[in-house]
Design a protein around this ligand. Structure first.
Ligand SMILES: Nc1nc2c(ncn2[C@@H]2O[C@H](COP(=O)(O)OP(=O)(O)O)[C@@H](O)[C@H]2O)c(=O)[nH]1
Ligand SMILES: [Mg+2]
Length: 341
């Protein structure tokens, strides 16, 4: 989260909120959200209703990243706008440098109008963000957007991204599903699973989770899983962008040992793409499926998969054993890192 963070002064935040309010009015939209490309929500204005804007922000960023991959395949740098028209509600996304302007609208407006108005303010937003980046470089500090974007204490937020990594069918989705099933409704957003017909994770699972208040900041964890199959390499890379902590879920079955090792190498390689170093990143090793008769001894697994002094948690995700211990172990490290910055 902090790798590309910039600081936004309160006055800038209000300036941006005012631009969003104007856009919403001029385009008769329901809601306008400004999101950074890593999926963090920067500011929102409009009728929220029960809309989960955290998930919206995250999925919008995933959407832009995925279509960006498509653009490159056909020789374009990226697509500057994306729109999705539904029966009643529609979404228009504009890519403005490092931020995404997401407009949600219904039949009180039209795609043409939203497009026009978004384009008209995109220059203004780009200029403002260029200034913000200059200011934060001058201040020489690096804090995430969300930490200081509001003077209102209660609404200060920290969003952390945790990725569950591991070979196909090791139990990543099962971990998230158990957390989801055992968490109070007010603490969690929707668990969003993009799965194939055969129930394999296609793109990712995503679930926001509130951890309460840490040092006056409302703290929210965004939990992701990656698809395990070899051919989803592109998704795996995208999901690691902006990661704050990784849980590696190993499958204890003897016949999955090679798959574990391959996936761990793949993780290290994909982290390097973003100049992250597994050695420095908050990291937990979960040895899952301890219940199976073919599970090899934990010490043998650990000997093969340990990378540093990371916590090792034995688990049976299917029944929830070790699932929260794993989450706590990674959360603790991520929060310790945050305190340093
Ligand atoms: N026996 C056993 N099965 C598990 C355990 N954890 C997950 N599974 C099963 O393994 C299969 C794959 O799990 P899933 O979470 O979809 O794997 P993913 O590909 O890593 O997301 C499912 O049928 C799960 O029910 C476990 O601890 N023990
Ligand atoms: Mg899965």
């Amino acid at each position: 989260m902090t790798h590309s963070s910039i600081v936004m002064r309160e006055t800038r935040y209000h300036q941006i909120k005012a631009v969003l309010a104007r856009l919403r009015l001029d385009s008769s939209a329901r809601l306008v959200v400004l999101v950074d490309k890593d999926g963090q929500q920067i500011a929102v204005h409009g009728e929220l209703g029960d809309l989960d804007t955290t998930s919206l922000a995250s999925l919008a960023a995933g959407n832009v990243a995925a279509t960006g991959g498509m653009a490159k395949l056909i020789g374009e740098k990226e697509f500057p706008t994306l729109s999705h028209e539904g029966e009643k509600e529609s979404i228009h996304i504009s890519v403005i440098g490092r931020v995404l302007l997401v407009v949600v609208f219904d039949d009180r407006s039209s795609l043409g109008l939203v497009k026009l108005r978004s384009k008209q303010i995109s220059h203004e937003l780009a200029t403002t963000f260029a200034e913000i980046e200059r200011e934060s470089a001058a201040a020489g500090v690096s804090l995430p957007f969300s930490e200081i974007t509001d003077e209102n204490y209660a609404s200060r937020e920290i969003n952390c991204k945790i990725v569950y990594y591991g070979p196909g069918l090791c139990g990543k989705t099962t971990n998230l599903q158990f957390i989801y099933d055992s968490t109070a409704a007010q603490a969690k957003g929707k668990l969003i699973s993009l799965a194939t017909e055969t129930d394999r994770t296609l793109f990712f699972d995503f679930m926001p989770l509130e951890l309460g208040t840490v040092r006056g900041f409302k703290t929210r964890f965004h939990l992701y899983t990656v698809p395990g199959q070899v051919f989803y390499e592109a998704s795996r890379k995208l999901i690691l962008k902006g990661v704050d902590g990784v849980v590696f879920v190993a499958d204890s079955q003897e016949e999955r040992m090679d798959a574990n090792i391959e996936s761990l190498y793949n993780l290290e390689e994909n982290l390097r793409v973003y100049s992250y170093d597994l050695m420095k990143l908050p990291y937990v090793l979960q040895l899952n499926k301890r219940d199976l008769p073919t599970a090899i001894p934990s010490t043998d697994l650990a000997a093969e998969l340990l990378r540093k002094d990371e916590p090792v948690v034995e688990a049976v995700a299917a029944t929830g054993v070790g699932v929260f211990d794993t989450l706590k172990a990674i959360a603790k490290q991520v929060l310790t890192e945050l305190r340093k910055s």
